[in-house]
Design a protein around this ligand. Sequence first.
Ligand code: GLN
Length: 450
Amino acid sequence: RALDAIEASQSTHNAYTHVDRESAVAAAKSVDAKRAAGQPLGALAGVPIAVKDVLCTSDMPTTCSSEMLRGFRPPYDATVVGKLRAADAVIVGKTNMDEFAMGASTETSAFGITKNPWDTSRTPGGSSGGAAAAVAAGTVPLSLGTDTGGSIRQPAAFCGVTGLKPTYGRVSRYGLVAFASSLDQIGPMAWSADECALLMNVIAGFEPRDSTSLDQAVPDFTLATESNDLRGVRIGVLRESAQAEGIDESIRNAVKHAIGVFAELGAEIVDVDLPHREYWVPTYYVIAPSEASSNLSRYDGAHYGHRAGAEAKDLVSMYCRSRAEGFGAEVKRRIMIGTYALSEGYADEYYNKALKVRRLIRGDYDAAFSQVDLMLGPVTPTPAFPLGDKIDDPIQMYLCDLFTVGANLAGVPAISLPGGFDPSGLPIGIQLQAPTLEESRLLFAASAFQ
Ligand code: GLN
C-alpha cells in the first residue's frame, strides 16, 4: 500500500529519486516469512521507510541528486541502512535532495524539484526536502535525513513534521556521502517525536568504521517520550533571535505560543544569549564549503561517477570536463569558495579564522547550557517560501540557515517540531537544542509539547 501511495504522490510532489518496488516487496516478504516461522522480529518490522539519496544502498542507486552520480550503485550499505535492514524495516526508496546536500529548497537537485505537500507552489525546504515531503504526504511514516547546517530541521519545519539532528558522532556516518565531515549528521524524520525516538533506537551507537563516532552508551530513547511533566526543567529562550529583523510575525507568535505551552507544562523559562550568533552563518559558509571542496575532490571521472566522453584529450582535461559536466552551479560555487578559503595565503584569513570563531560559538553554547537544560527558538525566519523565490540569490538562500547552523558548529543535538501554522495555513517549526548527547531531553520535551 505504501508503494501505491508513493507512486500516486510522485507525479505531484517528486519526493523520491528512486522507488524500489522489487527490493521493498522482497523485504516485506522476508518479514512475513520470519513472522510466519515465529522468528523474533526487529523493532521496525514491516515499517516502510524512505532514505535520503546521500546514504549508500547496495540494492538501489545512490545519486546525491547529482548528474555526477546518476545511476551510481554503491557496493555496500551505509551503517544506518544496514541497521534498518537488521531491524526488519522496509526501505521503499531514496528521497530527493539538494545536490550533494547543498541548499535549503531541494531546487538544486538534478532530478527535478520537490514540492511541498502543504502547498505545491512552495518549497519543502532542503536539503532533505524529499525526506520531509515523503513523510508529510503520508507516503511513509519515517524517513532518514542528514543535517550539516539545518537540512533535517528546516525541511521538517516547512513540511510540518518532526526532525531530529543528533549529537555529532551519535550516529555513524559510514556510508554517508560526505559534504562537510565535521558537521554532517544523520537523523530521523517522522510525524512525531515518539517515532523519531523509535528510529533513534535503531540507528544510534558507536561504530569503529567512523573515526568520529562517539563511544558512548545509547539510552532507550522511547523511554524519554513517556512523561510530560516538565517541572524543574529550565528552558532558555533566545529572545533576541525571535525578535530579530526579517523574522516573520507568524514565527515570532509560534515561538511565543510554545513558550506559553512549556511554561504551562511546568518548565522554568529563562532568558539566554548566544553572543556570537551573528557569526554563525559566515563561519558556517567558510567551514562547510572548505570541507566540501576537499571531500568533492574525489569526483575525478576516474574512480566513479560521471566521466567526460572522448572529446577529453588528456587526463587533466578529462578531470576538468567530467567535473564541469557532472556538478551543478551551487556545488561549483561551494567548491570555489572552499578552495579559495583554504588556499595558501588566504587560509589564515578565512578557514583558520573560522575555526577560531567556531570555538567561541561552542563556548557560548557551554555557557548557556551551564544555566539551562534546553534552549527554545525558531527553526526558520519564515514559513515555506515559493519555489523559485531564492534560487537565483545564494545569499538569500544561505540566510535560511540563520537559526540552524549553530547546533552543527557546536555539535549539539537539536530538534524541529511542529509549532502551529501561519495565517495561510503553512506549518511552522519550533526548535529545541540540548547539550551534547542529550537527545532524550529533546525527545522528552518535544513529546510533552505534542
Ligand atoms: N542549507 C545549508 C547549506 O546549504 C544546510 C545544508 C545541509 O544541512 N545539508 O549548506
